[in-house]
Ligand binder design. Structure first.
Ligand code: UD2
Ligand code: MN
Length: 596
């Protein structure tokens, strides 16, 4: 009976349902159109470079923060390309290409050619040759930086020093032209190009001719390969300006870049760096890099951009146009009063080709009474490359290790032993380094200790110290706390790792009195939602693990636990914080490893 009456009433119901559906569809259509309109409007409002996909993986690792201006796999300088191609200058600007710092796109066919040529410079030279050497760039400075007024008459003058080895013609010329176009003429004393024994034909007379009409540009040529330190010293000895400004040969400076550098460099106690933005190696697009810009280094002495300390972040937000201190500089782009540069010993001339001179200079500056700072108001683009395109006489690691050995021996005191212990290849050549002159320099300048540097310049560092425990933390069930190598690290979930030997940094940790468990690269073990994670060390109370007997307890009294899954296809063994119970998975053995 009831079923029957339901069917009879069915028609009316069907109409109502249909009406509902129609209403819903009309609403949905309105909603979608409105969202679409909003998105388009927003896109037009934002400047193009803010909309760009943040193509930074060569610069910031997948997890977000650190840049690898780092350790290269040596290049093959053009691989199998013919001499004709290697020595050709194919600069042929296309109107509008790359203007405003926009990316240049290629057709699929051109991309194939570009790939073949990539090994020449480790960036896209086909794109580079299409962009005018006078191209325009966006003004990416913050509003507060734009407001700063400089009294140009009172600023010191600058000698710009650009060293190069086999750079592309268009890239080098664009570096030079960007400086000429965007520096107040009265402040620009000269541009000194130092050719570090380049072999490319177009860098000979063709380059001489190109700069001969530019006035303030001169070229010094070294017939033998000096490396970047030797070449920069040649430039510095010739400079007549008050301030030396060093740039790599693949940079583009933006409007207003020089004044903030000169204003700060005038004070004679500082190495002042610009904020380095990104020129894409593929499209040469100019992209703003992250604001959090703080240079330091890993246990293996690889330069890293790290998250600035809370103090620096507060200082930055309260003084958005003021320079701020950094433990280390990337190395390529900085300004310094000439007198200070020489007073502090120029560069270590024993350093070959490439690498480590940036850390040596940073330590020397800080330890010997000067400072290293970054000004957010000077913006310079630089092409960061994944591979070095040059030849390294003797091999890349030999060169780099020798430079690292020198820097560590002279400046790191007992932390040099830490570095050498875990880097046997560097330790093996330690005694071959003649650093007597540099040690004398340190004595004569009455420089402070590395301990002073760590405590005062970089108190947030993650190196072992006298009052920090260092070693392996092994679970009773086997396996150690550590960062699984080859994983993103920062932000990544924490798992058990294989307990290595006493020389295996992957399973070695610093444990602080406060209760922080620190791994290399500035990672701290943090209680996550569920699983423990590796996060950038900071003030977070979730990074505190108090030792209570053989247990590690969070602030909330949970116990660090190894989660053992017995099914055969699970290879990962997560770490997590759980209610404390009687189980071996919560028992940790601290195995101290001596480091000095
Ligand atoms: C970074 C620095 C770089 C230097 C290096 C460590 C930035 C943006 N760059 O690596 O300046 O401090 O770390 O050493 O901070 N060059 C020569 N002769 C050589 C080798 C290189 O003249 O034998 C020139 C080269 O042409 C370039 C400059 O030195 O202009 C720096 O070399 P890079 O661009 O390969 O270094 P980068 O940026 O990877
Ligand atoms: Mn460079």
């Amino acid at each position: 009976m009831e079923i029957r009456s339901f069917i009879c009433r069915g028609r009316k119901k069907k109409i109502i349902t249909l009406l509902f559906i129609v209403m819903f569809l009309i609403n949905a259509m309105f909603y979608v159109s409105f969202e679409l309109y909003n998105t388009i409007k927003k896109r037009h409002k934002n400047q193009w470079y803010k909309r760009l996909h943040f193509d930074q993986d060569s610069y910031v690792d997948k997890s977000g923060m650190r840049v690898i201006v780092g350790h290269y796999v040596g290049g093959n300088s053009g691989g199998n390309l013919s001499q004709e191609i290697i020595n050709a200058n194919n600069y042929a600007p296309v109107e509008g290409a790359g203007e405003g710092g926009r990316p240049v796109q290629l057709s699929p066919r051109e991309i194939i050619t570009a790939r073949e040529l990539f090994a020449l410079h480790s960036y896209n030279i086909l794109v580079g040759d299409r962009i005018n050497i006078n191209r325009s760039l966006p003004d990416v400075r913050s509003e507060s930086c734009k407001e700063v007024q400089y009294n140009i008459d009172n600023l010191p003058t600058a000698s710009i020093i650009i060293v190069f080895h086999n750079e592309a013609w268009s890239t080098l010329m664009r570096t030079v032209m960007s400086v000429i176009l965007r520096s107040p003429p009265t402040l620009l004393k000269q541009i000194i190009l130092v050719d570090d024994a380049s072999e490319r034909k177009y860098l000979g007379k063709e380059l001489d001719d190109a700069v001969s009409n530019l006035g303030k540009v001169q070229i010094l040529r070294s017939l033998e390969r000096k490396g970047l330190v030797g070449a920069r010293l040649i430039g510095a000895r010739t400079a007549t300006g008050d301030v030396l400004v060093f740039l790599d040969a693949h940079c583009e400076v933006t409007y207003g870049w020089l004044e903030p550098l000169l204003e700060r460099a005038g004070s004679d106690d500082v190495f002042i760096c610009p904020h380095i933005d990104l020129l894409s190696e593929d499209t040469l697009a100019y992209t703003k890099s992250i604001d959090a810009h703080w240079g330091a280094f890993s246990w293996r002495l690889h330069f890293r951009w790290l998250m600035p300390s809370t103090e620096v972040m507060i200082h930055k937000s309260e003084n958005p146009s003021k320079p701020y201190p950094t433990p280390a500089m990337a190395g390529g782009l900085f300004a310094v009063r000439k007198s200070l540069f020489w007073r502090l010993g120029g560069y270590d001339e024993g350093m070959l080709i490439w690498g480590a001179e940036n850390l040596e200079l940073s330590w020397r500056a800080w330890q010997c009474g000067a400072r290293v700072e970054i000004t957010p108001c000077s913006r310079v683009g630089h092409i960061f490359r994944r591979h070095s395109p040059y030849k390294y006489p003797g091999g890349v690691s030999k060169v780099l290790n020798a430079n690292l050995a020198r820097a560590a021996s002279v400046w790191m005191d007992e932390w040099a032993d830490f570095f050498f212990k875990f880097n046997p290849a560097v330790a093996a050549i330690r005694d071959q380094q003649e650093v007597g002159d540099r040690v004398d320099l340190r004595k004569n300048l009455k420089c402070k200790s590395f301990e002073w540097y760590l405590t005062n310049v970089w108190p947030q560092h993650f190196f072992p110290t006298k009052d920090r425990w260092f070693g392996r933390i092994r679970n009773d069930k086997g396996g150690c706390i550590g960062v699984v190598s080859g994983t993103p690290g920062l932000g990544g979930p924490a798992s058990k790792v294989r307990c290595g030997s006493d020389l295996d940094l992957d399973s070695l940790l610093v444990y602080t009195q406060e209760g922080k468990i620190m791994a290399d690269e500035g990672l701290c073990l943090e209680q996550g939602n569920g699983r423990a994670v590796w996060k950038s060390c900071g003030d977070n109370r979730k990074q505190i693990w108090k030792q209570e007997g053989p247990r590690l307890k969070t602030i909330d009294g949970l116990c660090l636990t190894l989660v053992i899954n017995h099914s055969a296809d699970v290879t990962d063994t997560p770490l997590t914080a759980k209610r404390c119970i009687k189980t071996d998975e919560q028992i940790w053995h601290f195995e101290r490893v001596p480091w000095r």
